[in-house]
Design a binder for this molecule. Structure first.
Ligand code: CA
Length: 245
């Protein structure tokens, strides 16, 4: 890689899908600050939308509007904790919002490294040399069952319990995210997405859609269209970040 300067390019789309009355997903990013985030909210009425947008706003605020350099991954952990607290406190003040929460998957970039941070079942993937790999591990009941050998992945996809997540932001007074550190290379492509994408499309389908050499906006709309064609049962959000030399 030598001393080539690294640039990032990003694009994102969030779509309501074909079945849900509203979109409870949210995303935000700042290429300049190296912060990218996708959240998938849950809760009755408008609660899911409030939880996911609160989480995105809090993380963007804390990781973009600061003087001096940010320190990763510590500052990312603090931002997740602050987002958790903001949602939890808001839910405690209102019966209507009680129990609301959100998933989060975030990518933080600094120099030649990125950190992926996740809570819940929104996913982060890395595509390198045409090969797509899931980086995050879902915090979901079925994922735990798969890891224990009690379900195979195909059964997990069909399970009536597939919606049950085991970690979320805002439902408890504290939460622990998973953090993955990755050394980047030019050409790397990162995908952050909600489960509305990954429930409809296999990793192999996503990989082949991402192999098309198109601008990131077109890749995002290709993913969303394919998920809608496959049923569009849930809100669909995808955020792509490419590393260019
Ligand atoms: Ca969802």
């Amino acid at each position: 890689m030598g001393t080539a300067v690294i640039h990032f390019t990003a694009a994102a789309i969030s779509d309501r899908g074909r079945k849900r009355p509203s979109n409870e997903d949210a995303f935000g990013y700042s290429v300049e600050n190296g912060v990218y985030v996708v959240c998938d909210g849950m809760g009755g009425a408008a609660a899911g939308e409030i939880a996911s947008s609160l989480a995105v706003d809090e993380v963007m605020k804390l990781l973009t509007n600061r003087d001096g350099a940010i320190s990763l991954p510590n500052d990312a952990e603090q931002a997740v904790a602050a987002a958790n607290q903001a949602i939890f406190a808001r839910a405690e003040r209102s019966n209507k919002l009680s129990g609301m929460g959100t998933t989060m998957v975030a990518l933080l970039a600094q120099d030649r490294r990125v950190w992926m941070v996740n809570v819940g079942d929104s996913r982060g993937y890395q595509m390198r040399n045409g090969h797509l790999q899931q980086i995050t591990v879902d915090h979901s009941l079925v994922e735990e069952q798969v890891r224990l050998g009690r379900l195979d992945p195909a059964e997990a996809l069909r399970s009536p319990l597939r919606n049950v997540i085991t970690r979320a932001l805002g439902t408890q007074s504290s939460v622990t995210p998973d953090i993955f550190e990755i050394e980047i290379e030019p050409g790397d492509l990162f995908l952050l997405c909600s489960d509305g994408l990954t429930r409809e499309l296999s990793d192999a389908s996503i990989e082949s859609l991402l192999r098309v050499g198109a601008p990131l906006e077109e890749l995002c709309s290709g993913l969303v269209s394919a998920a809608n064609q496959a049923g569009g049962h849930d809100n669909i959000t995808c955020l792509l970040v490419r590393v260019d030399a």
